[in-house]
Design a binder for this molecule. Structure first.
Ligand SMILES: [Zn+2]
Length: 486
């Protein structure tokens, strides 16, 4: 901590420390919002708090920039509060214990809040200076991004005039993000025929060893869905079976790593099932992306709560359901190389002999892609078979995509500045997950946005750390963008 005062840029890290001393976890942002308002008042800058409890601070353009187009600089005031098991800090009430070795900055035992405190520190350092040339600035500091972008959702666009948005909420230097995915959750319900039997023999087949991961950013990495993988051994079962239950997964935004199906049979087929499972394991169906995929089977004693469908035909329908499940990558972007454009993840499936329900989280970097997949899911559900009643689909938690702009003067400027400063091309990318830019690009007509930021590792964990040199380069980059925005 002693060498904290030596960190450069001094003003940026000085404000970062002030921010870190104010508890500002999501849902606990009144104090940090007031700090932003006081900061503005002390410097005679106009500021407002809007209906979403976002704070907007305005600064006029400096000499020669008075009539330039205003630029919006945007970040979120809340942070994710996580701490190590042995940390006693009350993050609702206490500030963070910053530590640095001169190369990295972290907080002892807790998240650092570099995401997105560094954005605020940059804004304050800019607004506090009188020697940095810049056009009129509209600094938009949003509330509760991390828990659902609640501030951005209520943002009132009439409070800003700017069209160019610098979103400082990315964690990899050298990447300019220019598109993000929108999303929607589709909850689907089915009803099975209510006639049951108690089979003589019951078995459980389990899929395990999958890597799982975030259903947006990891979906393009060849990760398999455990529910879908259940269909592989089922394909080889040649005896009539009765459907019991399916369990596994559990979070709609996580690719399911494990899943199990319980089913019954009138005869003892354990040997047959063991052969099937061995066959599936020998085929290495996971390939290189999922080397640890493992199928296993065991005979179980089903308890009274497990209801088995009388009709073995249901077993085949369940098999079809898993086999034809739309899940994973649906299309890749044509504008941004290597980016998944549209995907869906079935992370939640609850099925017993009576009912079946599942949740699909659909993502797309275009709004039309999202709508198309909603229809794919609907027709999949309708086609499952006349024996299973589809009771409908409920859509919720929708947020808009930030679509790629073919023509983006801001992106062009930033690419040029980056090349001039660092002698190499920045990587222009999109992410297959949500960012507040999605909401802003809908609310602000003709918005031209780019998201960037310094290197921050392990965000949302107590291992979060900010690279000092990267923060300094990003600061110089930001100032140069503003200087060239006359
Ligand atoms: Zn963030």
């Amino acid at each position: 901590m002693n060498n904290y005062n030596k960190l450069q840029p001094e003003k940026v890290f000085s404000f970062f420390r002030q921010i870190s001393q104010i508890p500002h976890g999501s849902g606990n942002t009144a104090q940090i919002a007031q700090f932003c308002l006081d900061f503005a008042a002390e410097r005679g800058l106009k500021a407002v708090k809007d209906a979403g409890d976002n704070v907007i601070i305005y600064a006029p353009g400096t000499a020669g920039y008075e009539n330039s187009d205003p630029i919006i600089i945007q970040g979120h005031m809340d942070m994710v509060c996580e701490k190590t098991a042995d940390c006693n800090k009350d993050m609702e009430k206490e500030g963070l214990d910053l530590r640095t070795d001169g190369e990295w900055l972290w907080a002892e035992g807790t998240t650092l809040g570099g995401d997105d405190g560094i954005a605020l520190a940059y804004m304050f350092a800019l607004l506090d200076s009188d020697d940095i040339p810049h056009p009129p600035l509209e600094c938009v500091i949003t509330r509760d991004e991390e828990t659902g972008m609640f501030g951005a959702e209520l943002f009132e666009a009439e409070n800003v005039k700017g069209k160019k948005i610098l979103n400082i909420d990315s964690e990899e230097e050298g990447i300019l993000t220019v598109s993000c995915a929108g999303g929607i959750t589709a909850h689907c319900e089915f009803e099975l025929n209510k006639r049951y039997i108690c089979p003589f023999y019951t078995y459980e087949i389990t899929v395990s060893g999958l890597r799982g991961g975030h259903s947006g950013v990891d979906i393009g990495k060849g990760r398999l869905n455990a529910f879908e993988m259940l269909s592989k051994p089922l394909a080889h079962i040649s005896k009539p079976c009765y459907f019991g239950t399916i369990t596994g997964g559990g979070k709609h935004n996580v690719i399911p790593q494990t899943a199990s199906i319980v089913f019954g049979c009138d005869e003892d087929i354990l040997d047959h099932l063991e052969q099937v499972v061995r066959f599936c394991n020998e085929k290495h169906l996971g390939g290189e992306a999922e080397p640890d995929l493992l199928f296993s089977v065991k005979e179980i004693c089903a308890d009274q709560t497990v209801k088995f469908q009388e009709n073995t035909i249901y077993f085949l329908y369940i098999y079809d359901f898993l086999r034809f499940l739309p899940t994973g990558v649906q299309s890749m972007s044509e504008s941004i190389e290597g980016m998944v454009e549209t995907s869906l993840n079935m992370g939640v499936l609850e099925a017993n002999g009576m009912d079946l329900s599942c949740d699909f989280l659909i993502r797309s970097n275009t709004d039309s892609g999202k709508d198309a997949v909603v229809e794919t899911v609907r027709s999949f559900c309708e086609s499952i078979g006349d024996e299973i009643d589809f009771n409908g689909m409920t859509l919720s938690a929708e947020y808009p995509a930030w679509e790629y702009r073919k023509d983006s003067p801001l992106r062009d400027l930033m690419v040029t500045v980056y090349k001039d400063m660092f002698g190499k091309e920045p990587f222009v990318a999109g992410i297959h997950a949500g960012l507040e830019c999605g909401i802003f690009s809908k609310k602000i007509k003709d918005a031209d946005a780019v998201s960037f930021g310094p290197d921050i590792e392990n965000i949302h964990t107590p291992k979060e750390r900010l690279n000092i040199a990267s923060a300094e380069r990003t600061w110089e980059f930001l100032k140069e963008i503003l200087r060239r925005s006359k």
